[in-house]
Design a protein around this ligand. Structure first.
Ligand SMILES: Nc1nc2c(ncn2[C@@H]2O[C@H](COP(=O)(O)OP(=O)(O)OP(=O)(O)O)[C@@H](O)[C@H]2O)c(=O)[nH]1
Ligand SMILES: [Mg+2]
Length: 686
């Protein structure tokens, strides 16, 4: 494959703007399907996961490799909803350029801005496609000004729409200065002169285009000043250079579902977006020299990066990877550098969503799929066996919400973690852990909907049904003051009796000090061999809590007196006596509950800082600091875990999707007394 004729492009935007519909139209236009599939009726080849079909959204990033005019265009379709932005991140890292889909109705929403920022991080050149021109209230010019305001980007239309909504019939190409009029059914067009009533507007935008092109290139500026015009070829070259160097962003428009102007988009991808040779260069670590180096697509040493895994209940594991240099042919043994294992690639495919075409070889710049790999997971690197190299892992956002997962049937208990473990292989945005403090299985993800769709996958793929619940807060107990007293266990009815007698003193310790047991016995009033039993009795009772069922911590306990019986005393008797004494003395020492407090870092636009701060206050939180950022403000706060468990969806609705946050455990603090009864009540033995 001629590397100059490859384009790797990701489609990004907020949810529902029409990315997948556009990809379905592309797959049809390039001859891979006989009709245009839609997500609305589940007939598409892209959104084929059962949960995607049911919810009519994209959840997994997917690839469609199509041939168009002898070029190979690999499109990575991404989810738009904020709950799946980690997939968008991965797609952007694998692609070399992006098509940003703006809606002619809603323009640019928060998620598109986030995706745009990611694309900035990877320096991706991009095009904008204003979609849904056929819908009522569609407005191309409003969408463009929204793009300009949202991104401060220098946007330059290459097309103008002819008509809108029901009257949208085609586009004017501002380079060829002609009209593409689409025939009902889409895909096919006639070329006509620009309609009379649009000639003036077309000239105005043509001039803007020519000026933008000349301004971005000195040699073209000279020609423009000399001739007052540029040739079509010069404009195309100028737009290409300006797009690849990100001096401006070309804008096209059309309708995905009507399949109007979709082929024009394919032409633009070829004409204006970079080939792998022109993409931002990638860095790999050369494990022989231990140095980071740029890997050029022309390097003969093979490097490839796995960016997505799917788990198919029948086929097993499917790995999507991009070859950055060299080539991989069917049957090649590669080194999986990440796992330090040799892996034979025996089935190689190009994919269009769920459809596959088997191939013998893939070369630098291509995206392909291999199935049934033994060792390989997402983000692993492949390279030639003799030249180990490794790509850095992709930095992903951390999960922001956790739920406790409970199987509906007791028999499924083991299956649940195994099933979730498999889903984690296909979804790098979830994490699973068993919380030892609350004995819950916690599933964490990017939002409530992400958790919901994950458990829907669990049911649809593996037939495991579970419920989700907010996780329990791991409260702790401690004591506030010093207290002392006795515990005496005595039983003398028939046979051998029981006798244990201890005096304990409890005193509070600093947070995080745990439990200190001090043996202050003098003169053997409690014999040495019984003292470990006393300590055990105390520790076991503390672990179960005295007031609320939560463990008691951060106290010192001294065993300072007691008595024994030469015949009746035993380890068990002293253990029971210690437990009795501990419960009594702890209660006198004023038990309080401790709750986990989280450090919360919130990033929001400046205009919502006030709302976000008052919401944090309403959650019993404290604002630590507010600091301006390049974009928006950074609020640092400390908030009780109990109040922030659903912060991901709450912040999203509070800020219209523009807020982001991270949390981490900060410390434990005393729970206000007015809340203690509620917590104690919740945990009381039934
Ligand atoms: N009228 C009209 N409807 C469209 C167009 N493009 C998409 N739609 C509809 O918009 C809805 C969402 O389309 P999708 O293609 O699933 O949008 P998406 O951007 O892939 O959405 P996510 O994957 O969830 O981010 C569907 O009901 C489509 O039929 C268009 O050009 N015109
Ligand atoms: Mg989609």
């Amino acid at each position: 494959m001629d590397i100059n004729k490859i384009r790797n492009v990701t489609f990004i935007s907020h949810g529902g703007a029409g990315k997948t519909s556009l990809v379905e139209a592309v797959i049809f236009d390039t001859g891979y399907t006989r009709s245009i599939g839609t997500s609305a009726d589940g007939s598409g080849v892209m959104d084929y996961d059962p949960v995607e079909i049911e919810r009519k959204i994209t959840i997994n990033a997917k690839v469609a490799s199509v041939n168009w005019n002898e070029y190979l265009i690999n499109i990575i379709d991404t989810p738009g909803y904020a709950n799946y932005l980690h997939e968008t991140h991965v797609a952007i890292a694998a692609a070399g350029s992006a098509v940003v889909i703006a809606s002619a109705i809603t323009g640019v929403k928060a998620e598109t801005k986030r995706a745009w920022q990611y694309a900035d991080e990877y320096s991706l050149p991009r095009l904008i496609f204003v979609n849904k021109m056929d819908k009522e209230h569609a407005d191309f010019y409003r969408a463009i000004s929204d793009v300009e305001q949202s991104f401060g980007a220098n946007v330059v239309p290459l097309h103008l729409p002819i008509g809108t909504a029901d009257n949208f019939i085609g586009v004017i190409d501002l380079i060829g200065m002609q009209a593409y009029i689409y025939l009902p059914g889409g895909g096919k067009h006639k070329i006509e002169p620009i309609p009379d009533d649009m000639v003036e507007l077309a000239n105005k935008y043509r001039n803007k285009l020519v000026e933008a092109v000349s301004e971005s290139d000195d040699s073209l500026l000279e020609k423009y000043l000399e001739n007052g015009q540029l040739t079509d070829k010069e404009i195309i070259r100028g737009v290409r250079e300006a797009t690849i160097t990100k001096r401006f962003v070309p804008v096209l428009c059309g309708s995905a579902t009507k399949n109007y102007a979709v082929k024009r988009l394919l032409d633009a991808i070829i004409d204006f977006l970079p080939s792998p040779l022109e993409e931002p260069v990638r860095i790999v670590k050369d494990l022989t020299s231990k140095e980071d180096m740029f890997i050029m697509p022309t390097d003969e040493r093979m490097t490839a990066h796995v960016f997505k895994t799917f788990i198919d209940p029948y086929v097993g594991k499917i790995s999507l990877f991009r070859v950055f240099s060299g080539s991989i042919n069917n049957g090649l043994e590669v080194l999986n550098t990440t796992k330090r294992e040799r892996e034979r690639i025996s089935q190689l495919y190009l994919v269009q969503g769920k459809n596959t075409i088997e191939v013998e070889e893939v070369t630098a710049g291509q995206i392909a799929m291999a199935s049934r790999l033994r060792y390989t997971d997402t983000f692993d690197t492949f390279c030639d066996v003799g030249t180990p190299m490794q790509f850095a892992p992709i930095a992903l956002p951390e999960p922001v919400i956790s739920y406790s997962i409970i199987p509906k049937s007791k028999d499924d208990e083991n299956k649940v973690s195994a099933g979730l473990g498999k889903l984690k292989e296909e979804d790098c945005g979830i994490s699973i852990r068993h919380d030892e403090r609350t004995h819950e299985l916690l599933l964490s993800g990017m939002g409530r909907m992400h958790i919901e769709t994950t458990i829907e996958k669990l049911e649809k793929k593996f037939n495991i049904k579970v419920d989700m619940k907010l996780p329990r807060v791991p409260y702790l107990e401690t004591v506030k003051k010093r207290a002392s007293g006795q515990g005496k266990y005595k039983k003398q009815s028939g046979g051998r009796g029981q006798y244990g007698d201890v005096w304990l003193e409890i005193s509070p310790l600093e947070r995080g000090q745990g439990i200190q047991f001090i043996d202050d016995i003098v003169g053997g009033v409690v014999p040495k061999n019984f003292i470990p039993a006393v300590e055990k009795g105390i520790r076991e009772t503390a672990a179960e809590g005295v007031l609320s069922g939560y463990p008691m911590v951060d106290f010192a306990v001294s065993l300072y007196d007691g008595s024994y019986h030469t015949v009746d005393s035993s380890e068990l008797a002293f253990k029971i006596a210690a437990s009795m004494a501990f419960k009594r003395v702890a209660t006198d020492a004023k038990i309080v509950l401790l709750e986990p407090i989280m450090d919360v870092d919130i990033f929001v636009p400046a205009d919502v800082v006030g709302i976000v701060i008052s919401d944090i206050n309403a959650r019993r939180g404290k604002i630590v600091n507010v600091e301006p950022q390049a974009v928006g403000q950074h609020i640092r706060a400390q908030v009780p875990m109990a109040e922030i468990r659903t912060y991901a969806p709450d912040l999203r609705s509070l800020t219209g999707g523009h807020g982001m946050f991270t949390t981490a455990l900060a410390f434990y603090d005393e729970l206000p007394s007015y809340l203690v009864d509620k917590i104690v009540g919740e945990n009381a033995p039934k």
